[in-house]
Each structure stands twice: as structure tokens, then as C-alpha cells.
Design a protein around this ligand. Structure first.
Ligand code: PGA
Length: 261
């Protein structure tokens, strides 16, 4: 696992946006797996700046969704489809015809999940998957003790995640859905490059368990240790409980030949 410690969230966003830009230059039709939440916003801002300056062309890029609430209409402002349209697709100039995601309103949720896994595979697989991490170590909405081999499926949110997400629903936890569809951990691990960004002290325990703990379903993000190309980008706060922080600092960023993630 490649662990890159950056001074702040903005530099993390720029580093990851540059990796996405390089991917799009190599493969203009790349399928980018994107995540919601507050953490990835600096990535989208940095990538948008590159699109606006002409440094990268997103006209053939494709976007895949990581997870979705069950039961929120697609047009609800907090459905992840709406959030991604607003925060990612529109700023990057990518149309909804280049977007794929699970149907959180399907009557047969299980069939919708299977259809989404099949659609991802049919699209050639995700080239680069962005991930955030929950304070409980979740990736996507794979809460602790999710099977490390899981496929896209319905999950029940923990109380902690509903509390964490209430801020998107006017602070009213009663409005936060209980159920979600999430790419499974096995599904996520099929992406060619996994890039997890974590910022702030609040993520320090989850990051330490992910990077230095055992591979264990109790910390779903620890499954990244099984992936041949996983990058964890952390600011000083999120890195503050890493025993190997100094080693990571000297392994990558300070190497003269280091070209980015
Ligand atoms: P956050 O969410 O970026 O808003 O902290 C991360 C997550 O829950 O995966």
C-alpha cells in the first residue's frame, strides 16, 4: 500500500486530481469511480480547475457511483445521484449519459444490485476508484463486519454513520435513510487503482487500523491491503496515529523520482 502524507486537504485534492488527469490523458474514456461526502470535494475542485484551464479533457470520461441511499427519489437533493451530478458531473462538464449508478428506488433491490455489478463489469471495470473512509472504517457503505468478498448489495447503516450524515439532512437524523446500496468490498477491490483520501484527526484511528492493523472485516478499509495498487492519501491529522508515519514521509514524497500516485 502506498501511503502519502500531505500537509493539508487541498494538497491531497491536488495530488489525486493530478493522478486522475494523468489517467484521462492515457485513457480518455476512463471509468472513474467517485465518492460522496465532504472529504473528496478538494479533489473535484482541483480537477475542475484543470478542466477549465484546458489541462485535461473530460469529454469522453465516464463516472461510476459507489453507493446510494435506498428509497430516496433520484431527484431528492441528497440522493447521491443528485449530489454527484451537482458536485462532480456538472463542474467537470460530464453528462448524465456517461454516468452509471445503482437504482436506489428499484422495487427489487437485490436485482438492481446485481444489475449494477454486471454493468460495471460490462463497462470494462473501474479504472480509478476514489474512496473516503468512515470514522468506523467503512468504505462505500460497507459497515464494520461486511464480508471482504461482498458484492453490491443492500446494507443497513450504523447509528454512527446516520449521525455523521445527519448534517446533510438539516441535522435531522430522522430524515437519514436506514438502508443503502453499496458496491461490495469485493466489487471495490476489482477497480484497477484504489485511492483513499482521509483528512482530519477524526479519521486517525480508522486510518491507523486500515494501514497498520490486520486485514479484518471489523475495519472494512483494511481490505485495501489486499489490492496490488492502493494509495492512501492522508493529511497530518489523519496520519497522526500511524506508527510508520516517518517511514511513509520518506518513502514517497521525498524521493527525487517520485512522480505522484
Ligand atoms: P466524509 O465521509 O468524507 O464526509 O467524512 C466519508 C465516508 O463516510 O466514507
Amino acid at each position: 500500500m502506498e501511503v502519502v502524507i500531505v500537509p493539508d486537504a487541498k494538497s491531497g485534492g491536488e495530488l489525486i486530481a493530478e493522478a486522475m488527469a494523468q489517467l484521462l490523458r492515457r485513457k480518455p474514456e476512463a471509468l472513474l469511480g467517485v465518492a460522496t461526502g465532504s472529504t473528496p470535494l478538494p479533489i473535484y475542485q482541483a480537477l475542475t480547475a484543470k478542466v477549465r484551464s484546458g489541462a485535461v479533457d473530460t469529454s469522453r470520461a465516464r463516472i461510476a457511483q459507489l453507493d446510494e441511499y435506498v428509497g430516496l427519489p433520484a431527484e431528492h437533493p441528497e440522493s447521491y445521484r443528485s449530489v454527484l451530478r451537482r458536485e462532480v458531473l456538472e463542474p467537470l462538464g460530464i453528462g448524465m449519459d456517461a454516468f452509471m449508478g445503482p437504482d436506489g428506488t428499484a422495487e427489487d433491490v437485490q436485482a438492481a444490485c446485481e444489475a449494477y455489478d454486471a454493468a460495471l463489469a460490462g463497462a470494462g471495470g473501474v479504472d480509478l476508484q476514489l474512496l473516503g473512509i468512515g470514522t468506523d472504517g467503512h468504505i462505500g457503505f460497507n459497515e464494520p463486519c461486511s464480508s471482504l468478498a461482498s458484492r453490491t448489495r443492500i446494507k443497513t447503516l450504523t447509528e454512527q454513520t446516520r449521525v455523521d450524515n445527519a448534517r446533510f439532512f438539516d441535522g435531522d437524523i430522522s430524515q437519514v435513510p436506514h438502508h443503502v446500496i453499496t458496491q461490495g468490498i469485493g466489487t471495490i477491490l476489482e477497480a484497477r487503482h484504489l485511492v483513499l483520501l482521509a483528512t482530519g484527526l477524526g479519521k486517525a484511528d480508522a486510518v491507523a487500523a486500515t494501514v497498520e492493523g490486520p486485514v479484518a472485516a471489523v475495519c472494512p478499509a483494511s481490505a485495501l491491503q489486499l489490492h496490488p495498487h492502493a494509495t492512501v492519501v492522508v493529511d497530518e491529522g489523519a496520519a497522526s496515529k500511524l506508527k510508520l508515519a516517518d517511514y511513509f514521509r520518506h518513502t514517497y514524497v521525498n524521493k527525487p523520482e517520485w512522480q505522484g500516485i
